[in-house]
Design a protein around this ligand. Structure first.
Ligand code: COA
Length: 707
C-alpha cells in the first residue's frame, strides 16, 4: 500500500486510514491509494466490514485544490471509487473528526454509515472556490438531509457542527474518545442488529417540504444575488437533478456542470485567492518556527467607532479587552454603541441571546493608562494626528509591560516615527483595521524598520484567531490599500471635471462587481474627512504641484457637502438613496474652467474603468518594486477584503494579468497623450514596463532581472 493510505485488518474489520498531512487533501496519489485499498477489501471476504478514517488533525478536508488548475484534472477516478465504495456488499462506516469538507464529506456520504467526534465540522465549501461539489455531493447530500438543508449548505459553503449533522441525518452517531474503538463498537452494534450496507444513492430525495415552484424560485434568487458567480445556479440545477433523476444520471449532470465551473475564470480567481491567503502569512525574514508571544489580554486606546469595533474582534474571540478613554462620557458612549451592536446582532438571531452580555463582560472601560500594565497587546485607535499619536505611543512605551506588543491603527502616518516615539521599536507595528472593524476581514499589518520577527508572527497568528485576513505592508504613505486608492480617486475627480457624472463613474466601476464606485464610497466615508487628508498632505509637501489635484473633493468640503451625513455630496440623498444632483455638474464645470481642463462629451464607461483601474495597477507594481508588498497576491487580498473588489475577479493584480500587462502599459501611454503628463500621473512603473516588454504577468512573480 502507499504510505498515504493504509488498509489494516483487525479481526473481522478492515481499517482504511488516509494519512496525507496537513489536511488529508485528496491528491491523485491518495485517490489511487483509496482505490487500491478498496480492491484489497473486495478481494478479501474475511474482512467483514470496512472502516474509513484519517490520521492527524482532521478527516479529509477536500479535494486537492492545487490540482484543479491542471489541464488534465479529472474527478473521474475518485468518483468511480466512491460508487464502488457505496456498492460494496459489506458495510462501510466513515469515522469523522476535524473539518470534513468537500471531497471529504463526499467520501463520507458514499460510505454506508457515519460516526463523528462531537467537535467535527461538516460542509461542502466548494462554492467559495467558484465550483460545485463535484464528487456526487450535489446528489448524495439532498438524499440524506433533504433539498432545503442541502442547498443551504452548498450555496453558503458554511459547515455545520456534528450536533446539527446528527439531527439532519448526515451522521448516525457521535462518538467520544478513541475513534477506532468507537468504530468497532458501532460495527458490532450493526452486526448484532443484522444490518448490512445502507446506500445513500438508493434513497430518493424527499420532496415533502418542497413547494412545486421551489427550484424556479431558487434559481431566480441566486441569479439576482449571485449571478456573477459560476456555481450557485449550477448547484440548484444539480439538486433538481438529484430530486428528479436516478443517481447515475444526476451524477452525469453534476459532472458536466462541475467542469463548466472548474474552467471558469471566476473559479480560477477564487482558487488563487485561497492560496494567496495562506501565502500571505509567510513573511520574509520571519522563520516559520518562530515562537509567537502569548496574547491573553488586549488594550485598546479610544472608544470611538474604530476602537469599539477593534475591541469587539477580541471579545468575539474570548480575549478580554481594556478600553481606555479620556472621559467617562466618551467611554460610556463607546461601550454603549458596542452593546447596541451586539444586541442588534442578537435580535437578528445571529447571536445567542446570552452572548451580548457575555461578550460585554469581556470589555472593561478605564480612564487610566496604568490599567494597561498587564496587557499583552495594546492598540491605539486615537484621532489620526501625528502629534497626538506620538504622545500616545510614548505613554504606551512607558506603561506597557516588557514584551508587550504596541500597535497603532494609523491608516496613513509613518509607523517608524511612532515606533521611535514609543522607545520600543522592536515591539511596535501598525495594525490597520478597516471600518467597520468588527466586520471587514482585512488587517494590514505594517512592519516597521525594527519590528521584531516574533512580533510579526504573533500578530499574523492573532489575525487568524480573530477571523481576519492578515497582509503585511512596509511603511509608506497609505500602506498598500490607501496608497493605491489615491490614483483611483484622482482619476475619478478628473473624469468629473472633464464631463463624466458621479453616477456614470460609479456605474462603470460597479459593473466590475465592486459594491460601490468611488463617489458613493467617499460620500459614505465623508468628503470632509477625505478633503482634510488631501489638505494635510498638501501642507506636508507630499502632493504633486498641480492645483487641480483632488480639487473637487476640496470644493465639496468648502461648500459643506460632506456626503451622506449632510444629505449632499457627489450626490443628493433621499434618505440613504443617492440621487444625481445637477449642482455637482455646475461645480465641476466651474472647476474645469478654473484649471483649464477641457470638457468633453462621450466619455465611455471603458475609459472610466481604464483610467481608474490602470493607474491603480501601476501603483501596485510600484509597491511591489519598492518591497512594500511582498507579492501581487497580497495586494489582491487587500483589495478583495478591504475595498470590496469582487473575489471572482481575483483582485486588481490578477485582473491585470487577465487583461494583459502590455495592454495596460499601452493604455497608460495613451492617457498620457490624451491628458498630458507633466505631473507624472501616467508614467509607467519600472516593473510594469519590464513585464510589458517581456510578456510577463504578475502571476510570474517573483520577477527576476534574468526573466
Ligand atoms: N487542497 C490543497 N491544500 C489544502 C487544502 C485543499 N483542499 N486545504 C488546505 N490545504 C493546505 C493549505 O493550503 C495550507 O497549506 P500551507 O501550509 O502550505 O499554506 C495547509 O493545507 C493548511 O491549511 P490552513 O487553511 O492554513 O489550515 P487551517 O487549519 O486554518 O484550516 C481547513 C484547515 C481545512 C479548514 C482549511 O484549509 C480549508 O478550508 N481548506 C479548504 C477546504 C475546501 O475548500 N475543501 C473543498 C475543496 S474542493
Amino acid at each position: 500500500m502507499s504510505n498515504l493510505v493504509s488498509l489494516e485488518q483487525r479481526g473481522a474489520l478492515a481499517i482504511l486510514r488516509i494519512d496525507n498531512p496537513p489536511v488529508n487533501a485528496l491528491s491523485p496519489a491518495v485517490v489511487q491509494g483509496i482505490k487500491a485499498a478498496v480492491d484489497r477489501f473486495e478481494a478479501n471476504p474475511s474482512m467483514r466490514a470496512l472502516v474509513v478514517c484519517a490520521a492527524g488533525r482532521t478527516f479529509v478536508a477536500g479535494g486537492d485544490i492545487s490540482e484543479f488548475s491542471k489541464p488534465d484534472f479529472t474527478t473521474e477516478p475518485f468518483n468511480t471509487t466512491l460508487n464502488r465504495i457505496e456498492n460494496l456488499g459489506r458495510p462501510v462506516v466513515a469515522v469523522l473528526h476535524g473539518t470534513v469538507l468537500g471531497g471529504g464529506l463526499e467520501l463520507a456520504m458514499a460510505c454506508h454509515y457515519r460516526i463523528a467526534a462531537p467537535s467535527t465540522r461538516l460542509g461542502l465549501p466548494e462554492v467559495l472556490l467558484g465550483i460545485l461539489p463535484g464528487s456526487h455531493g450535489t446528489q448524495r447530500l439532498p438524499r440524506l438531509v433533504g433539498v432545503k438543508q442541502a442547498l443551504n449548505m452548498m450555496l453558503s459553503g458554511r459547515p455545520i457542527g456534528a450536533d446539527r449533522a446528527l439531527q439532519a441525518g448526515l451522521v448516525d452517531a457521535l462518538a467520544e474518545g478513541d475513534p477506532d474503538a468507537a468504530a468497532v463498537q458501532f460495527m458490532e452494534g450493526l452486526v448484532a442488529a443484522g444490518k448490512g450496507p445502507r446506500r445513500t444513492g438508493e434513497r430518493t430525495v424527499s420532496m415533502e417540504d418542497v413547494e412545486p415552484d421551489f427550484f424556479e424560485t431558487m434559481l431566480d434568487e441566486v441569479k439576482t444575488k449571485k449571478g456573477a458567480y459560476p456555481a450557485p445556479q449550477r448547484i440548484v440545477h444539480c439538486v433538481e437533478a438529484a430530486a428528479t433523476l436516478p443517481l447515475l444520471q444526476g451524477q452525469g449532470v453534476e459532472a458536466r456542470l462541475f467542469e463548466e465551473c472548474r474552467v471558469s475564470p471566476q473559479s480560477e480567481a477564487m482558487r488563487k485567492l485561497f492560496f494567496a491567503e495562506r501565502e500571505a502569512t509567510r513573511i520574509p525574514g520571519v522563520a516559520e518556527n518562530v515562537a509567537p508571544r502569548p496574547i491573553r489580554k488586549v488594550g485598546v486606546i479610544g472608544a470611538g467607532t474604530m476602537g469599539g469595533g477593534i475591541a469587539m474582534n477580541f471579545a468575539n474571540a474570548d480575549i478580554p479587552v481594556v478600553i481606555i478613554e479620556t472621559s467617562q462620557e466618551a467611554l460610556d458612549r463607546g461601550l454603549g454603541i458596542v452593546r447596541k451592536n451586539y444586541e442588534n446582532t442578537a435580535a437578528k438571531g445571529k447571536l445567542a441571546p446570552g452572548e451580548p452580555a457575555r461578550r460585554m463582560g469581556l470589555l472593561t472601560g478605564s480612564l487610566d493608562f496604568q490599567d494597561l500594565a498587564d496587557c499583552d497587546l495594546v492598540i491605539e485607535a486615537v484621532f489620526e494626528n501625528l502629534d497626538i499619536k506620538k504622545q500616545v505611543s510614548q505613554r504606551l512605551g512607558a506603561v506597557c509591560k516588557p514584551g508587550a506588543i504596541i500597535a497603532s491603527n494609523t491608516s496613513t502616518l509613518d509607523v517608524d516615527v511612532l515606533a521611535t516615539a514609543s522607545g520600543r521599536a522592536a515591539d511596535f507595528l501598525g495594525m490597520h483595521f478597516f471600518s467597520p472593524a468588527n466586520v471587514m476581514r482585512l488587517l494590514e499589518i505594517v512592519r516597521g524598520a525594527q519590528t521584531a520577527p516574533d512580533v510579526l508572527a504573533t500578530i499574523v497568528r492573532l489575525a487568524k484567531t480573530i477571523g481576519k485576513v492578515p497582509v503585511v505592508s512596509g511603511v509608506c504613505y497609505g500602506f498598500i490599500g490607501n496608497r493605491m486608492l489615491e490614483s483611483y480617486l484622482r482619476e475619478s475627480e478628473f473624469l468629473m471635471m472633464e464631463g463624466a457624472s458621479p453616477a456614470q463613474i460609479d456605474r462603470a466601476i460597479q459593473s466590475l462587481g465592486l459594491p460601490m464606485g468611488p463617489c458613493r464610497m467617499l460620500d459614505l466615508a465623508g468628503l470632509d474627512v477625505a478633503a482634510k487628508v488631501v489638505i494635510e498632505r498638501g501642507k506636508a509637501g507630499a502632493l504633486p504641484a498641480d492645483p487641480s489635484y483632488r480639487a473637487v473633493v476640496q470644493k465639496m468640503m468648502e461648500l459643506g457637502r460632506f456626503g451622506q451625513k449632510t444629505g449632499f455630496g457627489y450626490y443628493r440623498y433621499d434618505g440613504r438613496t443617492p440621487v444625481p444632483d445637477p449642482e455637482v455638474e455646475t461645480i465641476c464645470i466651474a472647476l474645469a474652467e478654473k484649471y483649464g481642463i477641457a470638457r468633453r462629451t462621450g466619455i465611455t464607461d471603458q475609459e472610466i474603468i481604464e483610467r481608474c483601474l490602470y493607474p491603480l495597477v501601476n501603483e501596485g507594481a510600484r509597491i511591489l518594486e519598492e518591497g512594500i508588498a511582498y507579492r501581487p497576491g497580497d495586494i489582491d487580498l487587500v483589495w478583495v477584503n478591504g475595498y470590496g473588489f469582487p473575489d471572482y475577479r481575483g483582485g486588481p493584480m490578477h485582473l491585470a494579468d487577465t487583461i494583459g500587462i502590455a495592454k495596460i502599459a499601452g493604455r497608460l501611454d495613451h492617457y498620457a497623450q490624451l491628458r498630458g503628463d507633466q505631473h507624472g500621473y501616467w508614467s509607467i512603473s519600472l516593473l510594469l514596463a519590464f513585464m510589458a516588454e517581456r510578456g510577463l504577468h504578475f502571476r510570474d512573480w517573483p520577477i527576476k532581472p534574468e526573466n
